[in-house]
Design a protein around this ligand. Structure first.
Ligand SMILES: [Zn+2]
Length: 373
């Protein structure tokens, strides 16, 4: 009884004021802020839009970031929907939402900044560095350094689309707890990349999920819905909100490693798999051919796994990554592979063979169902 009343009391602890970009937001308040970034060559100030929802009650501080790569838009919409659902009176803790981090790239519909730098290779940044480095520094100072948890929302890059997936340090128990609550169709332990937002935040002891879903410059409703529900489930798991959509019935597939299948010749690509499809060893997942359909070369998977992502651009050069395959952990591999033996000769990932009717092949695929509402 005693411990229960202590828990209730803790839940009811009043929230604390928070200051972001020189604006102080009291508990039980929400505020939209224009965080000044730099001037454009025209002299106009460019600012990063931020919305802070400061809960009436004490709790974790969570940032949500979208468009760190300026052309990755699903996260912008996910954040819009989450903000619509959360009110400060019902919130324990604080949400700092930054739907468009790379404002320069967003304007240009580009992944990069005007100097062609990648913001997600520029963290933690510096106040006297490049434009990307300065923006990274601003985001670290005003947003990340105030938070206990973060969710960074991305899509595939450069004509590539990803099945909804969480990438995170799953060896950290708190991060794992958040990833499990998010319950994306696929989750993958991944080490951080040099200069990434996730690396810079992790080094400060902040628990970060990276959500990857869909492709640049497109809204993908299933990816958005999965992300929206996932963020709410994480917030509920953290005790920030009381209600969230139920977890999907299907458990996330756990991916332990991944690799890209590359085109061994240049040509026109016809793929017969979709993101989320399960593949078995030596399965034909597409063909590269010339414009007349001659000289077709099948592309086969060396190993079993799940299609994490693929290119939507049918024009490929030799060496281009065409399909990203994730190898599943043993607990995830109950699904039937193989109507073929598992020994794939190493050199046989591409052999001459006529393509079957693509419609038929696509019908054989196994879809990961979209998230439950
Ligand atoms: Zn990205």
């Amino acid at each position: 009884m005693q411990s229960r009343s202590r828990t209730d009391e803790k839940k009811r602890s009043p929230g604390m004021p928070i200051t972001v970009a020189s604006h102080t937001i009291s508990p039980d308040e929400r505020l939209r802020i224009e965080m000044p970034a730099s001037r454009l060559p025209t002299g106009t100030w460019l600012s990063v839009p931020v919305e802070v929802i400061n809960g009436k009650h004490k709790g974790p501080r969570l940032w949500l970031s979208g468009a760190v790569h300026g052309d990755e838009l699903n996260g912008v919409e996910i954040i819009r929907r989450v903000l619509r659902d959360v009110s400060p009176a019902d919130l324990s803790g604080t949400v700092i939402a930054v739907p468009i981090v790379n404002v320069y790239g967003f304007i240009e519909q580009s992944r990069y900044l005007p100097d062609r730098r990648d913001l997600n290779r520029s963290f933690p940044g510096s106040p006297r560095g490049s434009l990307a480095s300065r923006l990274a520094h601003l985001f670290m100072q005003e947003v990340v350094s105030q938070c206990t948890h973060g969710i960074d929302l991305h899509t595939g890059s450069n004509h590539r689309t990803n099945v909804p997936q969480i990438r995170a340090n799953l060896e950290d128990p708190e991060t794992r707890r958040c990833a499990d609550a998010f319950a994306a169709p696929v989750q993958m332990h991944s080490s951080t990349r040099d200069g990434s937002l996730r690396e810079a935040a992790t080094e400060r002891g902040i628990h970060v999920l990276l959500y990857e879903a869909g492709e640049p410059l497109r809204f993908d409703e299933a990816a958005i819905r999965t992300g929206h529900n996932g963020v709410l489930r994480v917030m509920k798991r953290l005790g920030m909100i009381q209600k969230a959509p139920p977890r999907p019935r299907q458990k996330p597939l756990n991916v332990v490693s991944s690799s890209w299948l590359r085109a061994r010749r240049s040509g026109v690509l016809h793929l017969t798999v979709a993101p989320g499809d399960m593949v078995h060893p030596r399965q034909i997942i597409g063909w590269v051919m010339d414009a007349f359909g001659d000289e077709s070369r099948a592309i086969r998977t060396p190993n079993a796994g799940v299609v994490l992502g693929l290119t939507n651009n049918p024009l490929v050069n030799q060496g281009d990554g065409v399909v990203h395959i994730g190898r599943l952990s043993e607990e995830s591999t109950d699904s039937p592979p193989a109507d073929e033996p598992a020994q794939a000769p190493a050199a046989a990932s591409e052999i001459g063979e006529a393509p079957p009717r693509l419609e038929q092949a696509a019908d054989q695929s196994v879809d990961v169902p979209p998230d439950a509402l």
